[in-house]
Design a protein around this ligand. Structure first.
Ligand code: AHM
Ligand code: MG
Length: 343
């Protein structure tokens, strides 16, 4: 680190100073998210040691209950955000209902929705996993936050981001003006600016999709993927699929690429695919747009979808604009639906 390299908090404060009406509450909220993710990162890095150190019982060396990592991540986010005094209600993948902020903690003006640890199938195999968050300004006038504060189209986000726990821990966020990344320096315990104003490279040869679901895809998805696989007009593509949305999205953000989890007919209980709108698709769509990319469910911009429920699922095609628009075109050819239908 040189004195010229800002920490995440310094960087956010500098940006917030430029906004005349800013009170510092947003900086405080982001610091609370950053603190949570540092605690989660530390725990993720220890995950493989639990067995080696013989801590397979349900208590650790301090006599504390050993928690599953995704529940630890959830508790850490909930407690740290509640304590920050900047949030009036939260939504989490791990919790069925909205999470209120109760006394002694005070309600703030923000609403945060998050997936505390995404890519859970990768936890036990040392592959990258991540935390995804989405921030809105509250809509209800005061007091505890309500459902109306949570069920919002992605376009109303004031900020979104993710943290990837991989070969290093990387924090990526946007407030709509540029996408910025920071890398955790473990010796300092600080996220340091790595890249300001990230843009998805315009040309790509990478697609990320779970090909094993192909028998259940609609025909237009198969045609879209075949177009890339056959490289018609653009040359051959290559497939990269980690099975961890944050990691697949992050690679595609840096290298160019498109990630897709279409709706399919494999599981009748999941007619809209597997991924969640509010804390997986919408925040990443906000980041994709900030980096010059695009996200759709096949015909609607992800940022335009108004959720009916906290855990609503959606099909997702996200990344390079050209590849995402090719998916929308394939969908339109088959269904006759235009990109803006059914908003
Ligand atoms: P999770 O929230 O249970 O971890 O599920 C979401 C994950 C995404 O990170 C990933 O892209 C996708 O599920 C992988 O699903 P699949 O194993 O069906 O390909
Ligand atoms: Mg998830």
């Amino acid at each position: 680190m040189t004195p010229r390299t800002p920490t995440l908090t310094q960087f956010i404060m500098e940006k917030e100073h430029a906004v005349a009406a800013a009170t510092g509450e947003f900086t405080f909220l982001m610091s609370a998210i950053a603190l949570s993710t540092k605690l989660i990162s530390r725990e993720v890095n220890k995950a493989g040691l639990v067995e080696i150190l013989g801590l397979t019982g349900d208590r650790n060396v301090q006599g504390e209950q050993v928690q599953k990592l995704d529940l630890f991540a959830n508790d850490t986010m909930v407690r740290t955000l509640a304590r920050s005094g900047t949030v009036c209600v939260m939504g989490s993948e791990e919790v069925a209902d909205p999470i209120p902020v109760n006394p002694p903690y005070t309600c703030g003006k923000y609403v945060v929705v998050f997936d505390p640890l995404d890519g859970s199938s990768n936890i036990d195999v040392g592959a990258p996993i991540g935390t995804i968050f989405s921030i809105y300004r509250r809509r209800s006038p005061d007091g505890p936050g309500q459902a109306m504060d949570l069920l919002r189209p992605g376009r109303e986000q004031v900020a979104a981001g993710y943290v990837i726990y991989g070969s290093s821990t990387i924090f990526v966020y946007s407030t709509g003006e540029g996408v910025h990344s920071f890398t955790l320096d473990p010796s300092l315990g600080e996220f340091l600016l790595t890249d300001e104003g990230l843009r998805i490279p315009e040309q790509t040869r990478i697609y990320s999709i779970n090909d094993a679901n192909a028998p259940w895809w609609p025909a237009w998805v198969s045609r879209w993927v075949a177009g890339m696989r056959d490289g018609v007009g653009k040359g051959r593509y290559t497939a990269r699929y980690i099975g961890s949305l944050v990691a697949d999205f992050h690679r595609n953000l840096l290298r160019g690429g498109v990630y897709a989890y279409p709706a399919d007919t494999r599981d009748p209980a999941l007619p809209n695919g597997k991924l969640r709108l509010l804390y997986e698709a919408a925040p990443l769509a906000f980041l994709a747009r900030g980096a010059g990319g695009h996200a759709t469910d096949g015909h609607r911009d992800i940022l335009d979808i108004v959720p009916d429920s906290l855990h609503q699922r959606t099909a997702l095609f996200i990344g390079n604009r050209e590849e995402v628009e090719a998916a929308v075109a394939c969908h339109g050819e088959e269904t006759g639906r235009g990109p803006a239908d059914d908003r």
